[in-house]
Design a protein around this ligand. Structure first.
Ligand code: SAM
Length: 334
């Protein structure tokens, strides 16, 4: 997809918003007027949309589709999550937008109605059953009352798609919510197992569950996007995120193997090391460059396999991945 062109944004306004996000401001709404949401939606919001695109691509790979019932976008801001999800699943007929800021709810509703005229769009949580609950970039803003309200909404949902920025703190907070819901919900992605998140275990403190989305092609040559990156101190090549998709319905298990790739493969002389999370916990897998050329090239482009599957032959994992089925990989840490 080509980058969404942005009109010259109000840079001062964006800088003010960024300062507020960094300060992780308390329990007061921070959207001052519709122009805040306009500037946000075209820039920060669009970048969050790239993360949702990556999440939705992974969910498609796992065969997930939304359960019946309305989609509720909790802490919707300008509503990017709801629009991305509706675009991926046209069977969604109702979208409910919830935000402590009435400005945000109204803005997200207007955008959703313009983009999907046939979609039923409502503002405000009336406490009804929810099909899919969406939460995006909210965890760092939750006070106790916010956490309780979000949990009440989760309790009424059949499925939850929750995306956060990919920092260690946000990722751990998300992991804790995931673990709290085990037994009621099945993790669909990124997890390939239903056990507690191993990132919380002693000895795994230096790791956190995060992934990288790919910005649209052409973004690096786009003057407005590069100015945005420069002024906001954001590296456009790196779009980290953490997420969890949970569903009350069980999904068929994935083939056994090292599991979901975490972060980026790290290059060494003649091989790459990949941290994976699977049924056996965290593992560090080494792919030899000579045996896994295509896979490593795909990772360099940000396209390598998300899940490493395959069996063990006593000497090393037989990793099933693009191009080189059955080539050996070593486990460095498990
Ligand atoms: C960083 S913005 C993210 C907006 C949007 N979800 C996105 O991904 O672009 C966080 C949003 O959560 C909302 N929010 C924070 N705490 C909330 C609460 N307790 N109840 C409802 N909305 C809340 C804020 O008003 C803000 O619109």
């Amino acid at each position: 997809m080509p980058p969404v062109p942005i009109a010259e944004p109000d840079w001062d306004r964006l800088e003010r918003l960024r300062a507020r996000f960094i300060a992780r401001q308390g329990s007061q709404p921070y959207w001052d007027d519709p122009a805040d949401l306009e500037a946000y939606d075209a820039t920060f919001g669009e970048r969050i949309g790239w993360k949702w695109d990556a999440v939705l691509a992974e969910l498609a790979e796992r065969g997930w589709r939304p359960p019946d019932g309305p989609v509720l976008d909790w802490g919707c801001g300008s509503g990017v999550a709801g629009r991305r999800v509706r675009a991926a699943y046209p069977e969604i007929t109702r979208l409910i937008l919830v935000d402590r800021s009435p400005l945000a709810g109204a803005d997200a509703a207007r955008r959703a109605r313009v983009r999907f005229p046939e979609l039923e769009v409502e503002i405000g949580d009336r406490g009804e059953p929810i099909g899919t609950l969406l939460a995006s970039h909210v965890v760092s803003e939750l006070d106790d009352a916010g956490t309780a309200a979000l949990r009440r909404a989760v309790d009424r949902a059949q499925a939850v798609l929750w995306v956060e920025p990919g920092t260690p703190d946000d990722s751990r907070a998300l992991g804790a919510e995931r673990d709290r819901l085990l037994g009621t919900f099945h993790p669909v992605a990124p997890c390939v197992h239903e056990g507690p998140c191993p990132m919380g275990e002693a000895g795994n403190q230096r790791d956190w569950c995060h992934h990288f989305a790919r910005p649209p092609k052409g973004i690096h040559g786009d003057r407005l996007w590069t100015t945005f990156a420069e002024r906001m101190g954001i590296d456009l090549r790196s779009v980290p995120y953490s997420f969890v998709a949970l569903d009350r319905r069980a999904f068929p298990p994935l083939p056994a193997g090292p599991g979901r790739v975490i972060g980026r493969p790290r290059p060494y002389k003649g091989f790459v090391k990949i941290l994976t999370c699977g049924t056996a916990g965290l593992a560090e897998v080494g792919l030899q460059a000579r045996d896994h050329k295509d896979t490593i090239r795909a990772y360099d482009r940000g396209e390598g396999p998300r899940v490493l599957a395959g069996g063990v032959d006593g000497k090393g994992w037989l990793v099933r991945s693009t191009g080189t089925d059955g080539a050996k990989a070593n486990i460095f840490r498990q």
